[in-house]
Design a protein around this ligand. Structure first.
Ligand SMILES: Cc1cc2nc3c(=O)[nH]c(=O)nc-3n(C[C@H](O)[C@H](O)[C@H](O)COP(=O)(O)OP(=O)(O)OC[C@H]3O[C@@H](n4cnc5c(N)ncnc54)[C@H](O)[C@@H]3O)c2cc1C
Length: 333
């Protein structure tokens, strides 16, 4: 079976690797001239946080997301299993109560517990929640590692190719085009996310920190060399223009509330992109003739791609045994 994967965002790369590992002949087609150039995945925070995400997501996100905690360390050595710290300023303590009521898998921390985990936050927060099983990664490095693994497995990646599904010479096609796939998936919508990257040597964090706020919840994901990704807005819009002044001000003031040193940091990058989402905010695999469309990864591209890729591989291998088993249906992952 020859399979063509369209799109080298996180969904396409993870799926291509999973298929190659199971002995399927795969090629990847990406319209961007270089990795990440046109992918929403390039803007991601890289949090693998199924239990925290349960605050606003269905239980399926936890069930499927747990698989990522096993998959990513096996495919990207830079995956860090340091957990997630959730904090709220004293005046927003109610937010912490609300968050804890909607989630599980955490330990409650007092001020000493917070300081023990993140010494640079000592004295700033009286309580917190620690989700010890969660992990994080640098999305750009992780995607580059997947490209290396694909090359080692002999999978060609063709950049700068606007793939036309009808013209592709392949037995099966996996459409991982993200929001562009709206031409075939009418229910897909865009949810704009804005982020910035700061750099400072004045503060160190070992894990993603979420700062709760009734209006501007924020997270800070530490990266190497003093870099911190600050994210992210959630706006019902498919506008991909640069970060608005208002969002930049809000993200920066929330970062300042976490630690004043962040206000002295250098702004290295401002970026906005649009998450592809189905109406229920859950991902799906849609079968359409010889094509499987993998989409709707919303806030969870890195978290849920491994589970979806496993399902795609299972389906392809099963259909190879039962060639007439094609059926049109949308199935929630
Ligand atoms: C600010 C922000 C923070 C986020 N943080 C997290 C996080 O911490 N954890 C997490 O799990 N998720 C996070 N996400 C969500 C995650 O980024 C998305 O779910 C994910 O990027 C979707 O991946 P994708 O592969 O479906 O789409 P994309 O990454 O957009 O990839 C689609 C690719 O298809 C290519 N393409 C389109 N049409 C064609 C064509 N005809 N031919 C060839 N190529 C084509 C595009 O160029 C693109 O490279 C975040 C998102 C944002 C915006």
């Amino acid at each position: 079976m020859r399979v063509a994967v369209i799109g080298a965002g996180v969904a396409g790369l993870v799926t291509a690797l999973e298929l190659a590992k199971r002995g399927i002949s795969v090629s990847v087609f990406e319209r961007g001239a270089a990795l990440g150039e046109q992918a929403c995945s390039w803007a991601a925070g890289g949090m693998l946080a199924p239990w925290c995400e349960r605050e606003s997501a269905e239980e399926a996100v936890v069930t499927l997301g747990r698989q990522a905690l096993d998959w990513w360390p096996r495919h990207y050595a830079g995956t860090l299993a340091q957990g997630t710290l959730v904090l709220a300023p004293a005046r927003d303590a109610g937010e912490l109560t609300r968050f804890s009521a909607r989630t599980s898998g955490y330990e409650r921390l007092d001020a000493e517990g917070v300081a023990a985990l993140e010494p640079d936050l000592a004295g700033r927060f009286r309580q917190g929640l620690f989700f010890a099983q969660e992990a994080h990664l640098d999305p750009r490095r992780a995607m580059a590692a997947l490209v290396e693994a694909l090359q080692a497995a002999g999978v060609p990646i063709h950049y700068g190719v606007e793939a036309d599904e009808a013209a592709l010479d392949a037995d099966r096609i996996i459409d991982c085009r993200g929001l562009t796939a709206r031409d075939r998936l009418g229910a897909l919508r865009g949810v704009r996310g804005e982020m910035l990257v700061l750099r400072t040597d004045e503060i160190r964090l070992s894990r993603p920190v979420r700062l709760l706020h009734p209006r501007i919840p924020l997270y800070v994901v530490p990266r190497s060399d003093g870099h911190f990704m600050i994210g992210a807005t959630m706006i019902e819009s498919d506008d991909r223009r640069q970060v608005s002044a208002r969002s930049a001000i809000e993200l920066l003031s929330a970062a300042y509330a976490l630690h004043p040193a962040l206000s002295e940091a250098e702004i290295v990058e401002l970026r906005a992109d649009v998450r592809p989402a189905f109406p229920d905010n859950l991902p799906g695999i849609v079968e359409d003739g010889r094509t499987l469309r993998v989409n709707g990864l919303f806030r969870h591209g890195f978290l849920l791609s491994p589970a979806l890729a496993g399902q795609v591989a299972d389906r392809l291998l099963a259909s190879r045994e039962l060639p007439d088993a094609h059926h049109r249906q949308r199935r929630h992952a």
